[in-house]
Design a protein around this ligand. Structure first.
Ligand SMILES: NC(=O)NC1NC(=O)NC1=O
Length: 175
């Protein structure tokens, strides 16, 4: 499905939230806030308004957005309960086909990460190969909670940008 922007601009809030409600994982409030800025010039404006909404959240709200994300190759993935978007991303990146050793290593890293930050490690898996994901979680474990909330939120934005581009036809390529 790749929708022209003119069609997006015809959607009422309910329809918009139905279609864009998972552009940020499980965060339909974000889509409802962004709809207010309709009509949009293009998909990039939808992205910019989403990023603005995320940026203006207090730190507790930013952490909450991170907490709406599933663990990489975690329980939800194993039991087939990921959202369609997340399932597709984790499958394509190879995160759902790890060796037993890799699974154990990731589980250990995810546990350390969550006990330090109290939210899951989030990385845009479509922009990172397996090694970069493992290196990323190790390196980011050294961040302070304040730094890491912001780093995680930038990854949420990257995930969102790609999800929006899956839904809306970008029209002329952006220079
Ligand atoms: N935890 C985490 O990074 N989850 C994800 N990353 C991504 O690109 N899709 C996800 O579901």
């Amino acid at each position: 499905m790749s929708m022209p922007i003119a069609r997006v601009n015809e959607l009422d809030c309910e329809e918009f939230v139905q279609i864009f409600g998972n552009a940020v994982e499980h965060c339909s409030i974000c889509a409802a806030a962004v709809w207010r800025h309709s009509p949009f010039n293009d998909v990039y404006q939808i992205y910019n308004k989403t990023a603005e909404f995320l940026d203006q959240l207090p730190i507790s709200g930013k952490e909450a957005v991170l907490r709406l994300h599933p663990d990489l190759a975690g329980k939800l993935a194993i039991s087939g309960r990921l959202t369609n978007e997340s399932s597709r991303e984790q499958t394509l990146s190879g995160m759902l086909a790890l060796s037993e050793t890799e699974k154990e290593m990731l589980e250990r890293l995810n546990t350390s990460y969550k006990s330090k930050f109290k939210f899951p490690f989030v990385i845009c898996v479509r922009e990172n190969k397996k090694k970069a994901i493992f290196d990323g979680i190790r390196a980011r474990l050294a961040n302070t909670p304040e730094e890491e909330t912001l780093v995680g939120l930038e990854e949420v934005k990257k995930i969102c940008r790609l999800r929006l581009l899956d839904i809306v036809d970008p029209g002329c390529p952006k220079l």
